[in-house]
Design a protein around this ligand. Structure first.
Ligand code: SF4
Length: 246
């Protein structure tokens, strides 16, 4: 019997990934970068912004600032002006300056490769660290016991709708812990990109297009099958339950 929508996650995930890979063979990170530093900067700037908007800003930014020292040499005001269009420009400027300073002070001006080192950097939490490590240092990711999977808003929503986690979609680190149980290390970067692509095109937050979905038969939230949307349900629960922190 092939897996169905209520089969255990470990049985459904390989099939889910196979179908998404067929639907989105080109799925990859949508941010433009050519070095690990640029990848880290672009990912920091992408918070609360669109990838298209970030790419517009970084086109000019990366032509002017190539090293951590360049980010330290520019004034805060000038850097704020450069990244203004990505929103939250004051916090992001502080994060970029802090990141540059740590890289110069402790890492010989290079972006480090391990998760432990990456998440020790200012402005870099697990999502950004996973994106930088997975895209720029895939070999290091394969050897790193702390390597995980980048969980953004799309990945979180998909994980909840597909019943791959019982946490609510905003609990990114808990969802990541659930996903790494069922997504093999070698597939995590690709899985994250596939979920993001599917979340953008088909499994949108407000109105998922279940009738056009290639993984509908594996989804316990299918509206095509008249089922409850686990994402909407978990959001409603989250609104009425005090958070436990951590
Ligand atoms: S069936 Fe609907 S809810 Fe499930 S993954 Fe597809 S689009 Fe999303």
């Amino acid at each position: 019997m092939p897996p169905g929508r209520y089969s255990p996650a470990a049985e459904r995930v390989p099939l889910i990934l196979r179908r998404l890979r067929r639907a989105y063979p080109e799925a990859r990170i949508a941010l433009d970068y050519s070095t690990p530093l640029e990848c880290a900067v672009a990912t920091i700037l992408s918070a609360q912004s669109t990838d298209v908007g970030v790419n517009k800003v970084t086109k000019s930014l990366f032509s002017k600032y190539r090293t951590p020292e360049d980010y330290l040499a520019v004034t805060e005001e000038e850097l704020q002006r450069e990244i203004h269009a990505t929103g939250f420009f004051r916090q992001k400027t502080r994060a970029l300056k802090g990141l540059a300073q740590r890289l110069v002070d402790d890492f010989d001006s290079q972006v480090p490769k391990t998760m432990a080192e990456l998440i020790s950097l200012p402005g870099i939490a697990r999502k950004t660290a996973n994106i930088v490590q997975g895209n720029c240092f895939p070999e290091a990711a394969r050897r790193d016991p702390d390597a995980g999977m980048a969980v953004d808003t799309h990945v979180g929503r998909l994980a909840v709708r597909l019943g791959l986690t019982e946490h609510n979609s905003k609990e990114a680190e808990r969802i990541e812990r659930d996903l790494v149980q069922v997504v093999p290390q070698r597939n995590r970067l690709n899985a994250s990109n596939l979920f993001i692509e599917h979340g953008r095109r088909i499994c949108q937050a407000k109105s998922p297009r279940c009738e056009d979905c290639v993984i509908e038969s594996l989804c316990p939230s299918s509206q095509e099958a008249g089922l409850n949307d686990l994402y909407r349900f978990s959001r409603a629960i989250a609104r009425t339950t005090p958070t436990m922190g951590g």
